[in-house]
Design a protein around this ligand. Structure first.
Ligand code: GLC
Length: 448
């Protein structure tokens, strides 16, 4: 790499077309099975965490099964935690011994995962944690498992974040050199409080606001990192968690569904991806019970696409290496729905403003085919009024079975049929009394 080589622009076209990806959080934390932050939450020292490393042996690891379930669910790309905050590496890196090839399992799981997902036609993404609670140069801060030790300041003697930043670049170089084309690199995360900000999320920190409080672009040497990434993998999509304003290609809200398409500070639309869990944890969490229903998961995808967003839906494989029944069920819910309705997702985004959404509905729109997709989240009784649609519809049908949906658009006719007053210019679709057997039915509208 030469210092001034022109940097490629990210290729986000496939990304906004494909809309749906699988997030995979897998590491040693799948053994305690009580959150991927367990080391932090329970302040577990290295010596105690070591037991998971010594015993890690996913004997039922079949990445082809993960990949098949993802493809059938309609997911078109995946992003795997190659290293999470615990510092454990899923690949055969030469820069640390804290890696999967040194566990009883002994194999480069990342290689097998990448091969399996590629074989199913999915694109490849790596999640790389900026935090590292195992690395000896990563300074103890307020997010670190050792933060509560009385001698924590002493612990930082001799730790050197410059060396850690170099370690990250070395590892990223391995990852972006040895695994073929990588489509997405997803760093996580920066947490330096902005000057003057109340820093609600991370509490008050230390009174003197030192680097103890958090870490950001200077700690990661983010500029160097971004350059390195783009020079190694032209076209790669880089997320926005390096704390480099304007640098990321995608905005990544977490466990949150925006009401309107996201925009940047100047009001321009941005490419964005919401990441979500099926339940309340990213890593496998045996006793966590807040699993979303199949319908919630499907509606979450519709909501994102209708606001120009992607969904990155997470699974946390068990320590034996399989996706548990709850995760498989949710993926199957997606599969059942996507099999018949994916045309309202792929290639689609927010509908133009000339099509105002009816109550309890979401539109998506495919600008290439000029088709509008009406998602009925809450099944109405016999009719639905589409505001301001008179004269705009050529034909309408259910997407799942291609059966015609009749409509009236002359307001006199509409009023006579409904025995009601309807606003001029609206269209009434005539619906069956019973909801078709779809979690959320979709009507495909061919525009004039
Ligand atoms: C948060 C958490 C992390 C998870 C990530 C996914 O940043 O620290 O555990 O991997 O969200 O976006």
């Amino acid at each position: 790499m030469t210092e001034n080589a022109p940097l490629s622009k990210a290729d986000t076209q496939w990304f906004t077309h494909d809309r749906f990806g699988m997030f995979i959080h897998w590491g040693l934390y799948s053994m305690p099975a009580r959150h991927e932050w367990v080391r932090n939450m329970e302040s577990i020292p290295d010596e105690k965490y070591q037991i998971y490393f010594d015993l890690f042996n996913p004997d039922l690891f079949q990445p082809r099964e993960w990949a098949k379930a993802a493809r059938e669910a309609g997911m078109r790309y995946f992003i795997i935690t190659v290293k999470h905050h615990e510092g454990f590496c899923l690949w055969d890196t030469q820069y640390t011994d804290f890696k999967i090839t040194n566990t009883p399992f002994g194999r480069d799981a990342l290689k097998e995962i990448v091969d399996a997902f590629r074989a199913e036609g999915l694109r490849v993404g790596f999640y790389y944690s900026l935090l590292d609670w195992h690395h000896p140069d990563f300074t103890v801060d307020k997010c670190h498992p050792l933060r509560n030790l009385p001698d924590r300041e002493a612990l930082n003697q001799g730790r050197d974040m410059r060396r850690y930043a170099k370690y990250m670049r070395d590892q990223v170089t391995e990852l972006l050199t040895n695994y073929g084309k990588v489509d997405i690199l997803w760093f996580d995360f920066s947490y330096k409080p902005k000057p003057g900000s109340p820093d609600e999320h991370w509490g008050k920190g230390h009174p003197e606001r030192s680097s103890w409080d958090g870490k950001g672009r200077e700690d990661w040497e983010s500029e160097k990192m971004a350059k390195l990434v783009r020079s190694l993998q032209p076209g790669i999509i880089l997320n926005n968690r390096l704390d480099l304003p304007g640098e990321g290609d995608i905005v990544t809200p977490e466990q949150y569904t925006p009401d309107a398409p996201l925009v940047d500070e100047a009001g321009r639309p941005v490419v964005w991806e919401g990441c979500h869990t099926f339940s309340g944890s990213w890593g496998y969490f045996r006793d966590e019970m807040t699993w979303k229903s199949g319908k919630q998961c499907i509606d979450l995808l519709i909501n994102h696409v209708s606001r120009n967003g992607n969904v990155l839906m997470n699974v946390g494989p068990t320590s034996r290496g399989y996706l548990d029944a709850r995760a498989m069920e949710r993926l199957a819910d997606y599969a059942r729905w996507m099999k018949y309705n994916s045309r309202s997702i792929y290639g689609c985004g927010a509908a133009p403003l000339e099509f105002p959404e009816p109550r309890d509905c979401r539109y998506t729109y495919n600008p290439e085919t000029r088709r509008l997709y009406l998602h009925l989240m809450n099944w109405p009784y016999k009719h639905i009024l589409l505001p301001k649609m008179a004269g705009k519809i050529r034909y309408a049908q259910f997407l799942h079975d291609g059966s015609e949906v009749l409509f009236r658009e002359n307001s006199k006719e509409v009023n006579a049929a409904l025995h009601a007053q309807c606003p001029e210019g609206d269209v009434a679709l005539e619906l069956p009394v019973l909801q078709p057997p779809q979690e959320t039915p979709v009507i495909e509208i061919f525009l004039q």
